[in-house]
Design a protein around this ligand. Structure first.
Ligand code: 4AD
Ligand code: MG
Length: 463
């Protein structure tokens, strides 16, 4: 028995080869003397057409079991296909049905289901064409992230998921506790006494691995982390998840320019890799989800990203002949409608916005000479808005201390972070690429919940 993946057979299988496949029935077409069964094992969008002939023992009973959703192992000989749409097909010699799927109650019927409905059956939706393509592309993106950094000598490091610090200072943290919620210990001031909690202080799920990545960059020069992060933002949008994956490189001896160049090179590399390794899936997205997907990919790979400062961006937005829901003025953060206007309508390509006002950015960003703006950069993508957020970090101890004080952050909590500025500090920079937003951008999928297998969002943590 030569067990083969269906992708491999579709690409290289030759007539007269004897093979075995395993997978799930996608469709069945019963004719008088034989039946066509399309089998899929997740390795490719296209399935393998199997011909089940009535000469097989117990034919009628067998075909009855081969409903959509059933699992089976099929052995036979490959033959050139007479039909349209496939080069080869499998002439079944033996069929073992592992698990049947009742035709009446199997939720994935052979019609188009809405993405909302599919989310409610996330344990089965991976078996659909669209989700199959999404998760193959997601896998290719992740592989491309690693090849990009490994080829450039970056050290892949792992940052903790449980932390006591709010790296972004946005207060969107999930608390991690083993205290008895019915009867938590209280301080004299009647607050919950976290000194009696598991870690002896209040702990959270991390919002970013950046601060720890900075520590490691001060030893290994170039590092990256790629892991899950958590934000208790109560925003029900098509771009926000409570649990999402982030790629965070951190580079010593690097300024904002080097940071922008690396981020742009990373995105180009990932798009190229996905086009090379998942051409059928990308073609599918272009045909069925968003007909600009391939043009966008081409645009990413072959053109330079636009670059503009925050101050210039505000001037453009103030001049725009478009009415925005949220106000635009210097000092206010850009809303997603503003980001999309810049990247989608104005520049029509990814746009790097730099030098934001200090007051709307995190404490660790390097202060510019003007004393008002910081060396921040966001990359805005058409249709999505922000997909990358990063900055050159404040490496000067006195500047950092002043910033921390002015923001009311207790200095003693960041003693180790300040130590990095005391011992061998260097200019350094890094960014965070939101992995799901990247996959959304790549595939044209409208909702971020449909590019992660098991989305976590407000009021939703099933599966
Ligand atoms: O801009 P953010 O908050 O930056 C940081 O966390 C920095 N510590 C990164 C760094 O410099 N090392 O988040 C980075 C990216 C965003 O641009 C966005 O793509 C994604 O993470 N992101 C989210 N993706 C999905 N759901 C959410 N709730 C997200 N919040 C941020
Ligand atoms: Mg951001």
């Amino acid at each position: 028995m030569t067990l083969r993946r269906i992708l491999d057979l579709l690409r290289t299988g030759q007539p007269n080869e004897t093979v075995t496949i395993q997978g799930w029935v996608r469709t069945k077409r019963e004719l008088k003397e034989f039946s066509f069964v399309e089998m899929n094992d997740g390795s490719s969008m296209a399935g393998l057409q199997v011909v089940v002939n009535q000469a097989l023992p117990d034919y009628a009973n067998l075909v009855k079991k081969l409903n959509t959703g059933a699992s089976a192992e099929i052995s036979g000989v490959l033959v050139a296909s007479q039909g349209k749409g496939q080069r080869i097909e499998l002439q079944a010699a033996s069929v073992t049905v592992y698990g049947e799927a009742d035709a009446e109650t199997y939720p994935l019927q052979k019609k188009r289901h809405s993405f909302e409905f599919l989310r409610s059956i996330a344990h089965l939706r991976a078996r659909t064409n669209t989700m199959g393509a999404v998760f193959r592309v997601r896998n290719a993106c992740a592989a491309a992230v690693h090849s990009f950094f490994q080829e450039r000598g970056f050290l892949w490091m792992h940052t903790p998921l449980i932390t006591a610090s709010d790296a972004e200072g946005a207060g969107e943290l999930f608390t991690v506790t083993t205290l008895d919620l019915k009867k938590p210990p209280l301080t004299e001031g009647k607050e919950i006494d976290f000194s009696q909690d598991f870690f002896g202080k209040r702990a959270y799920l991390t919002v970013s691995g950046q601060l720890e990545a900075e520590i490691m960059a001060m030893a290994f020069t170039n590092v990256y982390t790629f892991g899950p992060t958590f934000r208790a933002e109560n925003s029900n949008t098509s771009r926000h998840l409570a649990e999402f994956w982030m790629i965070e490189p951190e580079m010593a001896f690097c300024d904002l320019l080097g940071n922008m160049e690396l981020a742009e090179a990373l995105l180009k590399h990932i798009f190229k890799h996905v086009l090379e390794t998942c051409p059928e899936d990308m073609e599918f997205f272009n045909q069925r989800i968003d007909d600009s997907v391939l043009a966008t990919a081409d645009n990413i790979i072959n053109s330079e990203f636009a670059r503009i400062t925050y101050t210039e961006a505000i001037a453009l937005l103030e001049k725009a002949d478009k009415t925005f829901e949220y106000p635009v003025s210097w000092g206010l953060d850009l809303q997603s409608e503003h980001e999309r206007y810049l990247a989608e309508d104005y520049f029509k390509k990814p746009t790097i916005v730099t030098d934001y006002p200090a007051q709307i950015k995190a404490f660790y960003m390097r202060m510019n000479e003007d004393g008002k703006t910081v060396r921040a950069m966001d990359i805005l993508a058409p249709k999505i808005g922000e997909i990358v957020g990063g900055s050159q970090r404040e490496e000067r101890l006195d500047f950092l201390q002043r910033r921390i004080q002015s923001m009311g952050i207790p200095e003693e909590e960041l003693w180790w972070y300040l130590d990095l500025r005391r011992f061998g500090t260097v200019p350094h920079a890094g960014f965070g690429l939101g992995f799901e937003r990247l996959v959304q951008f790549m595939t044209g999928m409208g909702n971020v919940r449909d590019v992660i297998p098991f989305p976590r969002t407000p009021l939703s943590a099933d599966f």
